[in-house]
Design a protein around this ligand. Structure first.
Ligand code: HEM
Length: 150
């Protein structure tokens, strides 16, 4: 049996196939699109606040970067007596970015956060929330911001 000689050409084609695969995989990975905000439920602060885990008949909701997730399946984390209950019933992007439960960080204000915190927020958004929890809508502030961008 003759073995394939490892010529520069072979190395080149193997590396371009790998590159192509990486590009394809990242496209597939990014394809988990967010739902269309124009057709989604809108949660103002009062509506979202009702879903803070205190009423067992309501789903537990939490927003990150204006996207509202149903985190009821993580009741152990977010329920009334859970360690992260302070994060729910609101948009707690700042707290998640900073991994902080300080009441002053339990809001959606990202001003002044370092790139490291913003990157960490994006990673948690994708790897934890998008991966684990269904999206049920958007915050009113998110929708308002989209409208001003139009
Ligand atoms: C002593 C400090 C802490 C420890 C030991 C700790 C530990 C953990 C552990 C073990 C998990 C579960 C990982 C998994 O099962 O996938 C987790 C998840 C998480 N932690 Fe912490 N944590 C701490 C502090 C914090 C703080 C201060 C925040 C503030 C935002 C935070 C936010 C989260 C979030 C958002 C999750 C994801 C929950 C989910 O999967 O829905 N953690 N943490």
């Amino acid at each position: 049996m003759t073995s394939l000689p490892i010529t520069p050409n072979v190395i080149l084609s193997v590396s371009s196939i790998s590159l192509l695969l990486i590009i394809l995989l990242s496209i597939i990975h990014c394809e988990k699109d967010l739902p269309d905000w124009k057709k989604s439920e809108v949660y103002d602060k009062e509506r979202l606040a009702k879903h803070d885990g205190s009423n067992p008949n309501l789903p537990i909701l939490m927003a990150i970067k204006g996207v509202v997730f149903d985190v009821s399946s993580g009741r152990g984390f977010y329920g009334k007596d859970g360690p992260y209950n302070a994060l729910v019933g609101k948009d707690s992007s700042r707290a998640v970015a900073m991994m902080s439960l300080d009441p002053k960080d339990l809001n959606d204000n990202l001003e002044g956060l370092s790139d490291e915190y913003l990157k960490s927020l994006d990673n948690t958004f994708t790897d934890t929330y998008l991966a684990k929890y269904p999206i049920v809508g958007y915050t009113l502030d998110f929708v308002k911001a989209q409208k001003t961008e139009l």
